[in-house]
Design a protein around this ligand. Structure first.
Ligand code: NDP
Ligand code: MG
Length: 383
């Protein structure tokens, strides 16, 4: 059970829900980090009194220092600050809840300190999963997934003696706000349409990824890395109700699933308390009112991002880092209203076609693949 916690990305959706769990379980929060949201960071610092608060943005850190001059909290900034928080002495668990590939180095830093990683930042595992898992093994750092699907699989595998008994991991997918729509209808959707997720309230980047189904593609790769399985052992099922959070099929044909109301505080809490289970604020699942549970195959023609991710998973090497880097760059443009919905998948496909790939990459090669993918997207859109 976690006693002393560091939260990377505390002002975001996962970060705030983590603090809610900490408050209920009286877990001590040692460090908080954010990008630039000074107002929320100030509030969190006053409520939780960490020893260290880090803003990625230097001007934001300066402003925070000014506002918190009455408290004894150290303020730091930039990549160095983030690394410092990730490897802070005295912490037993680090929640990685920053969005994007910026989480990679801090996650590695925490792993090298042997911390438990409560992992929400899926982009890190997508880009450098093999390297991250190898380092975790080497330094004896447990990686406990926060992502609801992977937490569900983790729970289904509790008590599984031998991973050879595992036949298939089945990731469920809500289908997002555009389920059932045609390519023609999707060509005209806006940022606002895409941000309207039917079942979950999350940060903007992941919400767009849910609309394109890239989120499920990233989770497909995340599952392969977390559970050391090949792409042929991961399947995706559209499940509109978000009640069954994922399933595991075993060699004898038995299928285990984890069900619950859609509330991220359950997987977040489990990642902090495992192997213990404690009462949580997640609502009780009422089987008699939750309605019919349905499952369908994903439409890879209308949602090409999922197909591109599955292809990258099969290619391996730096392909997943290119996929992720191009997607991050394209989604940022879509959020700034610079490009349309299908420009996201087009940009990812274009980066995968143009960036040279390499097998079994080093950290430097992964970072370079990410840079090249972003450059390919910039070149495609003319800056
Ligand atoms: P949010 O956008 O809500 O929060 C992101 C956090 O990262 C904020 O604290 C933000 O700070 C910080 N941040 C942003 N940019 C930087 C940067 N360049 N350097 C350092 N910190 C930065 O995202 P979510 O909480 O929704 O998601 C976080 C991660 O968890 C993602 O990888 C996502 O895929 C994953 N995840 C999220 C789920 C959810 O339900 N939200 C479910 C499963 C996985 P600031 O507020 O200052 O911008
Ligand atoms: Mg998920």
């Amino acid at each position: 059970m976690t006693k002393n916690l560091v939260i990377l990305g505390s002002t975001g959706s996962i970060g705030r829900q983590t603090l809610d769990v900490c408050e209920r379980l009286e877990i001590r929060v040692l460090a908080l980090t954010a990008g630039s949201n000074v107002d929320r960071m100030e509030e969190q610092c006053r409520a939780f009194r960490p020893v260290l608060a880090v803003m990625a943005d230097a001007a934001a850190a300066e402003e925070l220092r000014r506002r918190l001059s009455d408290l004894k909290i150290e303020i730091d900034s930039g990549d160095a600050g983030l690394l410092r928080a990730a490897s802070l002495d005295g912490a037993d668990t680090v929640v990685t809840a920053v969005v994007g590939m910026v989480g990679l180095r801090p996650t590695l830093a925490a792993i090298r300190k042997g911390r438990r990683i409560a992992l929400a930042n899926k982009e890190t595992l997508v880009c450098a999963g093999e390297l991250v898992m190898r380092e975790a093994e080497r330094f004896g750092a447990e990686i406990i997934p926060v992502d609801s699907e992977h937490s569900a699989i983790f729970q289904c595998l509790m008590g599984c003696r031998d991973r050879a008994e595992l036949r298939k991991l089945i990731l469920t997918c809500s289908g997002g706000p555009f389920y059932g729509m045609t390519r023609e209808q999707l060509a005209a959707v806006t940022r606002e349409d895409a941000l309207r997720h039917p079942n979950w309230k999350m940060g903007e980047k992941i919400t767009i990824d849910c609309a394109t189904l890239m989120n499920k593609g990233l989770e497909f790769i995340e599952a392969m890395r977390l559970y050391s399985v090949g792409p042929e052992k991961v399947a995706v099922a559209i499940h509109r109700q978000s009640i069954v959070h994922s399933l595991v099929e075993f060699t004898d044909g038995a299928v285990m699933a984890q069900l619950g109301t859609p509330d991220m505080r359950l997987p977040i809490q489990l990642a902090l308390t495992y192997p213990q289970r404690l009462p949580s604020p997640a609502g009780e699942l009422d089987l008699f009112t939750c309605g019919a549970l349905t499952f369908a195959e994903p439409d890879l023609e209308t949602f090409p991002c999922l197909r591109l991710a599955q292809e990258s998973a099969r290619t391996g090497g730096t392909a997943c880092a290119v996929l992720n880097g191009a997607n991050e760059a394209a989604v940022a443009r879509f959020l700034r209203r610079e490009i349309g919905f299908y420009d996201i998948s087009d940009a990812v496909a274009c980066a995968l076609d143009s960036v040279p790939l390499c097998a079994d990459p080093t950290l430097e090669e992964i970072l370079e693949a990410d840079r090249c993918a972003r450059a390919a997207v910039a070149a495609k859109f003319g800056n």
